[in-house]
Design a protein around this ligand. Structure first.
Ligand SMILES: Cc1cc2nc3c(=O)[nH]c(=O)nc-3n(C[C@H](O)[C@H](O)[C@H](O)COP(=O)(O)O)c2cc1C
Length: 245
């Protein structure tokens, strides 16, 4: 799949991924750029049926988890680096917000490199944002110690579907040359017009009895109250298992 034509794949055949291909994908992830070459992440590979079954409900039973060949959960990991510091009488310096952010970027860059490597090998991938909603139970299921926080997740398998390429906003709406140019209401309306007029999005608005697509996104799919509840859980988990160490 060429990068410009890529699309998320949510249906997979039962074909397994051989060890050589999986190792290639993992190596491409590790080859990605990362801060100071400290490699502040770990990748948990879930291939067994029982492992995928255990993870499925923690991803709100999204069917890709059990149907895929491999689930890759990529975690911020300052545990390994801290242990290295400890045995070298070096100060632990990474259990703070800055390095949570830096290591999250490392993990995301690594994840996308693995996604592209998988697609290069004819596989399909789907990211699972549910990993951020369910940090505590996923950490328990994967036996993650303090300092290791799951941040991204990919399901990978051989595609059993070829969905259409999804729409994007016009390129000019996400690219700013030389400096940020803030949007007028007219710009915003023009930029979202095609997405709003897409028939499946219009059905989405009707099915949810909303007035428009923005309301569907912000009040049905990603509502404030739900986001705040999951945020609180996330923050509490980080306080206990990342910042305080
Ligand atoms: C951080 C992140 C979280 C995502 N979470 C989910 C998810 O939980 N379930 C899902 O089906 N797709 C998920 N996706 C895939 C997006 O829905 C998809 O990339 C987007 O709709 C654009 O479609 P495309 O990738 O086919 O172009 C996620 C993607 C990203 C980058």
């Amino acid at each position: 799949m060429k990068a410009i034509e890529r699309r998320t794949i949510r249906k997979y055949t039962s074909e397994k991924i051989d060890e050589k291909t999986l190792n290639y994908i993992l190596n491409c992830g590790q080859r990605a750029s990362n801060c100071g070459n400290m490699q502040l992440y770990s990748i948990i590979v879930t291939q067994s049926e029982e492992g995928k079954k255990r993870l499925a409900p923690l991803h709100f039973n999204q069917p890709m988890v059990e149907d895929c060949a491999v689930v890759l959960t990529v975690c911020v990991d300052v545990n390994r680096f801290n242990k290295w510091c400890e045995i070298n009488s070096a100060q632990k310096s990474l259990n703070n917000f800055l390095f949570l952010n830096v290591a999250t970027i490392d993990a995301a860059v690594c994840t996308q490199a693995m996604a592209q490597a998988a697609e290069e090998k004819g596989l399909g991938i789907c990211y699972l944002g549910t990993v951020n909603y369910m940090v505590e139970p996923i950490s328990e299921a994967l036996n993650l110690p303090d300092g290791v926080i799951p941040v991204t997740c990919l399901t990978i398998g051989y595609p059993k579907e070829t969905p259409p390429v999804t729409e994007r906003l016009p390129l000019s709406s996400v690219v700013h040359y030389e400096e940020y140019k803030d949007y007028t209401d007219a710009n915003i309306k023009a930029m979202y017009r095609d997405i709003e007029q897409n028939p499946s999005n219009q059905d989405f608005v009707k099915e949810n009895s909303k007035e428009n697509l923005a309301q569907v996104f912000s009040e049905v799919r990603y509502p404030k109250q739900m986001n705040e509840e999951f945020s609180e859980k996330y923050e509490a988990y980080l306080k206990e298992h990342f910042f305080s160490k």
